[in-house]
Write a new protein. Sequence first.
Length: 421
Amino acid sequence: MIDPQLLRENPDIVRRSQQARRADAQLVDAAIEADRQRREAIAAFESLRAEQNAHGKQVAAAPKEQKAALVAQAQQLAADVKAAQAAATEAEARFAEVAGGIPNVIIDGVPEGGEDDFVTLREVGTKPTFDFEPRDHLALGELLDAIDMERGVKVSGSRFYFLKGVGARLELALMTYALDTALDAGFTPLITPTLVKPEVMSGTGFLGAHADEIYYLPNDELYLTGTSEVALAGYHADEIIDVSSGPLRYAGWSTCYRREAGSYGKDTRGIIRVHQFQKLEMFSYIDPAEAEAEHERLLAMQEGMLQSLGLAYRVIDTAAGDLGSSAARKFDVEAWVPTQGAYRELTSTSNCTTFQARRLGVRFRGEGGKTAPVATLNGTLATTRWLVALLETHQRADGSVVVPAPLRPYLRGLEVLEPVG
RNA sequence: GGAGACGUCGCAUAGUCCGGUCGAGUGCACCACCCUGCUAAGGUGGAGACCCCGUUUAGGGGUCCGAGGGUUCAAAUCCCUCCGUCUCCGCCA
């Protein structure tokens, strides 16, 4: 939910944001009008209610013989109050619907346009070169007996897989390494629920345009989350939290579920795009004044992870039109995938400013003890997809794969993954 | 799954039987001041969230007793539905 005050006082900022996103700018005027009608309806109801309250006191205080007359007098008033209240409720709902359709206002500097209009901020590391024909991650996974696609499909259908042996161990090693990295940075680990209520799902902004990406269990009215961000954002919903001594930082470990509707034919080979994977997600609740600095910190942690694992990558500043509805800015870190000759997204970090917190009712006490929505930020620290870049980058001619040094302690010292059979 | 109890402004509770004096009392915790020489105690006062009007002031108004409906001039209080918590029983990882 955008800030109604910003909408009222600086509509041009919101309009410009809509234009940068290639979204409907007229929605802004519709929202302003809905807000005006809402306040008008509230004022009408409240003055009637004040009258009714005053009258009620008279009735209570009146001697018995006068009560009947006073009560009769109040009947019309009661009907008016009821009607005015219904009108106010309706006007509020209408405003919420219109204003709720406006995505977060982008931060100055975010590139305008759609998916292809991102700006590359930097390229880091050396792309690996091979004096042999490199195998793709699935070929390697099969050689190592680490990935079993066929049986995944047999058991659960397309885009499902088994991680087996060193594959399973490698994923756990990566996740645990990421968790320790977060721990060292002061994050509190959370293993989160992966089924959440509708209000949490919509509060985090995932039930908008991409609702068909999400698994839903109608019998239980629960959604399967595509990221632990959902549970992490809902964690402090409707709370006033204390961020005066620093942000609240969480590292959420969860399985993630995505329907991948509309991605037929994309990335059908291997585990690049799957229905189920593991992810370690960072999440910060922070004073909005410090949000952009926190965003840089999360990005630095992500880059540190890729660097320590010997992966070449680039950082992109996602264009406005490609942002989720809650994000005001998003950086993606994309790793070089040798057999694709392309950079592929390994992490993403979004600054949701106060947009998500306003919808979820997460507040803090600012100056003078006034409550105000906090800012929320999220960012990936590791996912199953990283295995793709790790296997392909560190492969050798014989199909073995060198384990990057930081992961070795998590694999009982294993330095090389060797082909099986 | 069955039975019962309960859900009140940070925490703990009073109030609900019998609707209006509840504009929600009290204790603890919190903040300010006063008093007091010692790991404190006592006194006085203050303090909630959300929304609307008002120049981001002063101030005024409204809403909030788990959620949503209903009855009524008037609901924490009466009625209905839902959600949650606890206890016991049953069943089962």
